[in-house]
Every structure is written in C-alpha cells, then in structure tokens.
Design a protein around this ligand. Structure first.
Ligand code: PGA
Ligand code: ZN
Length: 424
C-alpha cells in the first residue's frame, strides 16, 4: 500500500496574477508532487465552483478559505489512505462534499488535491502519462494553437474568443508545433504591416489581440498567415474556432458587439456556415451558449457533417451533460478541462463517455493557467485526439508544448497526425 503521508496547501498565483490553490502531496514511498489549479475567465455557469474569499485581498479573489478547507478538512480525512489507485482518493473527495460542484470545499481545493495525488502516484511509473497508460506507445494529440484572441481574453476587441491553427498535415509533434509557431509569427507580422502598431497586444492565452473590423477578418488573417508561413490552407493547416458564445449571449440573443449585429441561434448558425464556405475550418467550439440546447441540436443537424462541433461550456466536463448531448445529438466533440469537474477521474469519465459515442476528444488548458505541464500527461495518458493550450507565447503555454516535445524526444510515441490518427 502507498498511503498519503502529508498534504500541504498554500495560495499561489496563476498566469493572470490571480490567486490559485497549490497543493503538495507526499506518499509513504517517498513520492512527492505539487499541483496548481487553473482558472477560466469565460467559465461556464455549470462548472465546479471556485471558492474565493471576497474582501479586499487580491480584490476578493484570494483562496485562503479553499486552502483552509484542504488543511482542516480534506487532509485529516485523506492522510493514511491508499493512493496506489488515485481513483479511490477522488471517490473519497466526492464523499467529503456532496454539494453540486464542490461548492462547500471549493472545486479549486478539490482539484488541486486530486491532481497532486495523481501526479505523486505517477512518480513510481516515471510520469503521470505512464501511470495512466503503462505500456505501448503514447499518442501525442494534435495541437490546436491560438493565433488571434478575442472575447474575454482580449478586451472583447472581437466577439469570438479564439481563432486557432490546427497543423494537421504535420507528421510529428515537433513539426506541428513549429508550423503553429511560424503561423503565429507571420500573423503578428501581418498585423504590424496593417498598422496595428509594433507592439500588438498579447492576450491572456498568448494570442494576438487586434482591433479587427469584424470576426470574419480574424479568420482571414490566420488563413493569410498560414499562406505566408509557406503552408497550404486546408492541406497542411486549417482553422479551429472557439466562439465562447455564452459570453455574448444576452437575453436570448447573440450580440456581436464588435460588428453591431444581434443574431438569434439560427442566424448565428447561418453566419458560421458562411465562414465554413469561405475558410478551411475543421472545428467550431461553443458555437452557441451553454443552455441553448435546441440551438445546439439545430447546429449539429445543419453543420455536424461538415465540421467538429465542440461543447465546452455546454458540457463543462460533466458526464451527465455529455450524456444529454449524446442523447439529443447536440454536438459531436467534447472539450475536457479538469477544473470544470473537480477531480481527475470525474473529468476522465466525461471524456470516456464522449469517446464511447464516437466523439472527438480535446483536452484543454484554461485562460488562467500555470507553469505546470500535467495537462499534457493527462491528454497523452487518456489518448485524447487533440490538445488546446493557447498560443506559442507565454511560458504557461510553452510549458505544455515543451512537455510534448520532451515526450516525443524521450518516449516511444505516435503522433495524431497527419490527421486523424489514433491508437484505437
Ligand atoms: P477559459 O477559456 O479558460 O477562459 O474558460 C478557455 C476556453 O473557453 O476554451
Ligand atoms: Zn472554450
């Protein structure tokens, strides 16, 4: 038996300078690991609840109460328990807080403990990826790399949140990441030439924040950047979008404020259909808002055989919501963010459910993230098809790409491209 020996917790900072929960777990075999919880800006309302202190420290965003919940409530009940299979620790965490979304203990508290335990248990196997997948080659997921940012990550300069490049023609991760970085650099050059200034805004996830004339202009810019990088749009690299539509859904209408247009679900679907006609787009995330189920069903009916329709805020990494999506045919892919759910095994359950329905799976970072790279080990250990961690700028983003490059250099791996290639 490998028992949990100590659990320490403290308040740390995420990439936006906002407090987050940090945890260190030691096991009886001497293994030790830390975990820092990430945090979203365009968070869905059905996500696990982050516990924040209020008051004046960090303008209310402190996490001392969440830290206290770990040291006073979680640690005493977990110390001494067998963490050989951390699924048992996750089950114990679920048992400690039966409220919806861990609102008593804090989803941020629960996640940091769960992750640190998984990472510590992974030490014996060499890595978290190898704990999750002990034998055989590791599948490195296809990167989806942010180039132009909007929405809550870039001062709402445009309405849609991400225009990403997917280097799907690359045959290894090293090439895929280089292509994406080149496209990001060419996009910055185009922006400077277009007169947006020498110092273009680097948004929360490292993409470019630009006061473009329309959302469509952002898609055009990234296609131009793919071409300027010497790649062929649609063959070597295509676009992926995250509309994060919940963010601009007000009173039942989709408010494209940067264009001064207000659309209902049907009109927004039609707008996106026009983008699909004009640009090589392979994936559209959060095309509609988190509770617009009838809109999602319509979108899947009209666009589902042309493009991946990815539910992020719609599913919030919750197996029950994924079940509803499968039953109603309301999407065909899932985005998985462990902090939306609260435990590593809870997140995996949502991913597995989606995969069993034949859906694509994407593992994703948050806009407020940290220097840690466990996300890659989770994505790889789970054989997810794609990974989305932001751009190729900012160290909390490159930490993840660098972990992928390390795995490709040091482990036996299979890359998910030329797309699609899977282990299953
Ligand atoms: P968030 O954004 O972390 O701010 O929610 C990421 C995403 O929407 O995919
Ligand atoms: Zn999203």
């Amino acid at each position: 038996m490998t028992a949990i020996q100590t659990i320490a917790a403290w308040e740390a900072l995420d990439s936006r300078g906002t407090p987050t929960v940090a945890v260190a777990v030691t096991l009886s075999d001497g293994s030790r690991a830390t975990a820092l919880a990430p945090s979203g800006a365009s968070a869905g309302s059905h996500e696990a609840r982050e516990l924040r202190d209020g008051g004046t420290r960090y303008r209310g965003a402190g996490v001392r109460r969440a830290v206290a919940n770990i040291t006073e409530r979680i640690a005493p009940s977990l110390i001494g328990r067998d963490a050989g299979d951390p699924t048992d620790i996750d089950a114990a965490l679920e048992g400690l807080d039966r409220s919806a979304g861990f609102s008593e203990l804090g989803g941020n508290a629960v996640l940091a403990v769960s992750l640190a335990t998984w990472r510590a248990a992974g030490r014996q196997h060499g890595s978290l990826a190898r704990l999750l997948q002990p034998i055989g080659p590791l599948l490195l997921p296809m990167p989806m790399v942010n180039v132009v940012s909007g929405g809550a990550h870039a001062g709402r300069l445009i309405d849609i949140q991400d225009v990403l490049v997917v280097p799907h023609g690359a045959s290894d991760a090293t090439t895929a990441i280089e292509w994406a970085a080149r496209v990001r650099q060419e996009a910055a050059s185009i922006a400077v030439e277009a007169g947006y200034g020498e110092a273009v805004l680097v948004a929360d996830e490292g993409g470019l924040g630009l006061p473009l004339s329309s959302n469509r202009a952002a898609l055009r810019l990234v296609v131009d950047a793919i071409e300027r990088a010497g790649l062929e749009p649609g063959r070597d690299a295509s676009l992926a979008l995250d509309l994060a539509a919940t963010e601009f859904w007000h009173d039942g209408v989709y408010d494209l404020a940067s264009e001064g247009r207000q659309l209902d679900s049907a009109a927004l679907i039609e707008e996106v259909a026009g983008w699909l006609d004009e640009f090589p787009v392979v994936s559209v995330e959060d095309i509609l808002a988190e509770d617009d189920w009838s809109g999602w069903v319509r979108a899947t009916r009209e666009l589902g055989d042309r493009v991946r329709l990815v539910g992020d805020d719609l599913f919030v990494t919750n197996r029950d919501r994924v079940d509803r999506g499968i039953a109603e045919d309301a999407a065909n892919a899932v985005l998985v963010k462990v902090n939306q759910r609260g435990t590593v095994s809870g997140a995996f359950a949502a991913l597995e459910r989606a995969r069993s329905a034949g859906w694509e799976t994407i593992v994703s970072a948050r806009s407020g993230d940290t220097e840690q790279s466990w996300l890659v080990d989770l994505a790889v250990g789970w054989s997810a098809g794609q990974i989305k961690v932001g751009s190729t700028h900012r160290s909390e983003r490159t930490a993840k790409w660098n972990r992928m490059l390390e795995l490709e250099a040091t482990e036996k791996t299979v890359f998910a491209g030329p797309w699609p290639r899977t282990l299953r």
